[in-house]
Design a protein around this ligand. Structure first.
Ligand code: ZN
Length: 235
């Protein structure tokens, strides 16, 4: 279902930003993957010590295949680190491991934006997929001529709006996890004060991808709203 609107250019700036962010994450991670941390600790060691220091005993630390696939799974209470991070003793590995451990700490302490994000997660999957589909169906039926078309477009906007809200709430969750990570790495003696800025560069690049994702969703939502108001007026 391909459709061109006069508002398609709205997507261009966030698209460029997200391409830049994806490149920035890979290049920064690669750069600091080659710098070994003086502490000699691996990502797994750092994650385990951070969890322990927060009194978290029910989260497992596992290896997951792929590159930059690191994540924390809240319902399974599993901290999954990619091989480079799990076994790695580089500054980049420690930064990423601590960031993911930061998510486990957020979960443990019921950090409000994370709780909200986890609640919104199931709706998001449906919203980001079904929202655009419903919108397109409504668009082809005509928003101003058929009642069904009008409500299909509206429902599409509401559903996609929920997915956008999720992308928005993700940004403070990610920034907070990185902020915690940096504090824990330095305080725990995993990184020296000279090494910390390098880990921060990796995490800042990662944060940029979430920012780009948020802007992308917002612009797409704006595009839908603009098309909708135009069509329901003109039809
Ligand atoms: Zn994260």
């Amino acid at each position: 279902m391909l459709y061109f609107s006069p508002y398609d250019w709205l997507i261009l700036p966030p698209l460029i930003l997200s391409l830049y962010a994806a490149w920035k994450v890979r290049s920064t991670f690669a750069k600091y993957s080659r710098v070994r941390a003086l502490s000699g600790m691996t990502g797994r060691d750092a994650a385990r010590m951070i969890l322990r220091s927060d009194g978290i005993t029910d989260v497992t630390i596992e290896v997951t295949p792929g590159q930059l696939t690191d994540h924390y799974h809240p319902t399974q209470k599993a901290l999954r680190l990619s091989e480079d991070v799990y076994y790695g003793d580089s500054i980049a590995a420690l930064g990423v491991a601590a960031h993911e451990a930061g998510h486990a700490v957020q979960h443990h302490r019921a950090f409000a934006p994370l709780v909200l994000r986890n609640m919104a997660a199931p709706v998001t999957g449906i919203g980001s997929y079904l929202g655009p589909v419903l919108f397109m169906i409504g668009l082809f039926m005509g928003a101003g001529t058929t009642v069904f078309g009008y409500y299909a477009m509206l429902a599409g906007i509401v559903l996609f709006g929920a997915a956008t809200a999720f992308a928005v709430i993700t940004v403070p969750v990610e920034i907070d996890a990185s902020r915690r990570a940096m504090k824990l790495l330095v305080e725990g003696g995993h990184l020296t004060r000279d090494e910390a800025p390098m880990a921060r560069k990796v995490l800042t690049a990662a944060a940029l991808t979430y920012l780009a994702g948020m802007l992308m969703a917002m612009m797409q939502l704006l595009k839908y709203v603009l098309i909708f108001t135009r069509m329901s007026r003109d039809d």
